[in-house]
Design a protein around this ligand. Structure first.
Ligand code: NAP
Ligand code: MG
Length: 496
């Protein structure tokens, strides 16, 4: 941020969009129902938001289908769609302060992360797919000379997107940017904890020239609105990001309705493996701390299992414990704050229960473990570290989705790989070593969609992201994401 912003004053000036965005306009839920959208900063109610259910989802899907069938967007040339999406990206950039503020108020992340992290990534994502879409060529198959087979990518139709609250707008953008670029219509259901930024961004999409009905946002609850979208007979593809448990429901919804294609970006339990021969152990320690405490550990690929080679264990862990103090929670609206609030009290309690469980199972709580800043009325947990964790304990097996690190020692590389792979998840793995051969050998052995070596950076929009095993299937980001929003048509012409 170049200019200092008085975020509290900005927050007072905000006009919050609180209705569903269907068919190009803000509308109340058909039932007239609303739900309170509260801020984890202090428990204040930010807005009463339209509570969509099956009837509203049906309205949104109908409007998306109509827009798709008339071709107002789906039949535009890639170059035309690119022009509109670039304008959309410009509008997101222009309104980035407002959107970042909505994220912070709604789900508690520090304003500096929302503004410099999330919003930059959202703008980049929309711009990247806009730029990509008029550079993708289709194929001609190697048939006999007496035939011509065109293999064309066509938009799949109506896409449903259901997303979580940890990076509300970014997780949505990873779906809507490639889906819109490819020519689809979309119905987005944001998480109940964080619907505000999606509602505002739908309005910006319309302002940029995305035709009415192409981009709809239906806030509401998972069991009602989310399920209705998953089961709707006229939705062609469902793109989900969230927990593994809920991801499985979408497979069932599809099977029991119209066999819509489903892609799932689900949970993780990232092993972060640190070998004694790492050249820059301090960088590894900083990576370990940031890997679990960034966004309060509410990150699908949070480095929640720290696997340390036994001979550096004590030294390394004490450095991570020291660094953890930099992540004590503070006021999310203060630009200097590095860590903010948890998303809500339910999630806070869930994390505290895991902390209790870890102690009961015999792990050593060496830092943190408590809810703090209670005087604010908000939801804050101190950075928490467990040592002497066994990989069989709940805190090593289950996705806590909070600022809780589980430390496990290992002796040999084989042991490290075995522990790392002993998980139902396979979203990401991190690895630190100065031995190039070992790094490559282990990277190959790890069952994860992304392996990072000597850093925690899994790359920007240009690289694919997604899981092995029960972390899901399908990929967000990169050109590979386009596959989820298109289908292949073969046109075979025979002139023999
Ligand atoms: P969640 O509980 O699975 O919810 C995700 C979305 O699904 C929300 O919009 C939710 O609505 C909806 N939903 C809940 N129950 C549903 C049901 N029965 N039928 C249809 N939809 C339903 O996940 P979360 O707590 O919001 O987010 C945390 C999870 O997301 C973690 O597991 C994390 O790993 C995962 N995540 C994965 C990635 C990735 O790329 N792999 C990225 C970020 C997060 P409500 O808001 O009403 O519950
Ligand atoms: Mg909220």
């Amino acid at each position: 941020m170049n200019i200092a912003v008085d975020w509290r004053a900005e927050a007072k000036r905000l006009t919050i969009r609180n209705q569903a965005f269907i068919g190009g306009a803000f509308v109340p839920a058909a039932s007239g129902k609303t739900f309170p959208c509260t801020s984890p900063l202090d428990g204040a109610v930010l807005a009463e938001v339209s509570e969509c259910d099956a009837e509203d989802i049906d309205r949104a899907v109908t409007s998306a289908r109509k827009a798709f069938d008339t071709g107002v967007w789906s039949n535009q040339s890639p170059k035309q769609r690119k022009r509109v999406l670039l304008k959309f990206a410009d509008l997101i950039q222009k309104n980035a302060n407002e959107l970042a503020l909505l994220e912070t108020l709604d789900m508690g992340k520090p304003i500096s992360n929302a503004r410099n992290g999330d919003l930059r990534a959202v703008t980049e994502c929309v711009r990247w797919y806009a730029e990509a879409i008029d550079k993708l060529y289709d194929e001609i198959a190697p048939t006999p000379r007496t035939a011509l087979a065109l293999i064309e990518r066509e938009p799949i139709g109506v896409v449903g997107a259901v997303v979580p609250w940890n990076f509300p707008l970014l997780m949505a953008a990873w779906k809507f940017a490639p889906a819109l670029a490819a020519g689809n219509s979309l119905v987005l259901k944001p998480a109940e904890q964080s619907p505000l930024s999606a509602l505002r961004v739908a309005e910006l999409a319309a302002e940029a020239g995305i035709p009415a009905g192409v981009f709809n946002v239906a806030p509401g609850f998972g069991e009602t609105a989310g399920q209705a979208l998953g089961r709707h007979a006229d939705v062609d593809a469902l793109a989900f990001t969230g927990s593994t448990e809920v991801g499985k429901y979408f497979l069932k919804y599809s099977a029991e309705s119209n066999m819509k294609s489903v892609s799932l970006e689900c949970g993780g339990k990232t092993p972060n493996i640190v070998f004694a021969d790492t050249a820059d152990l301090d960088a590894a320690a900083r990576g370990a701390a940031d890997g679990i405490f960034y966004n309060s550990g509410q990150v699908c690929d949070a480095a929640s299992r720290l696997l340390v080679e036994d001979r550096i264990h004590d030294r390394f862990l004490s450095r991570v414990m020291e660094l953890a103090q930099q992540y004590r929670p503070g006021d999310p609206l203060d630009e200097k704050t590095r860590r903010g609030a948890m998303v809500d009290q339910t999630q806070t309690t869930r994390v505290l229960n895991f902390i209790e469980k870890g102690q009961q199972e015999g792990a050593a709580l060496v830092t943190g473990g408590k809810q703090v800043r209670r005087e604010t009325g908000g939801c804050y947990i101190d950075p928490t570290i467990f040592d002497r964790v066994e990989n069989s304990m709940a805190i090593a097996r289950e996705e806590i989705f909070g600022p809780v690190l589980s430390t496990i020692s290992f002796h040999t590389p084989e042991e490290a790989v075995a522990i790392a792979n002993d998980s139902k998840y396979g979203l990401e793995a991190n690895l630190w070593t100065n031995d190039l051969t070992k790094a490559h050998r282990i990277a190959r052995a790890l069952r994860a969609g992304t392996v990072t070596i000597n850093n925690r950076d899994g790359g920007g929009i240009e690289v694919p992201f997604g899981g092995y095993k029960q972390s899901g299937f399908g990929r967000d980001k990169s050109l590979h994401a386009i596959a989820k929003y298109t289908q292949l048509k073969t046109t075979y012409i025979s002139f023999g």
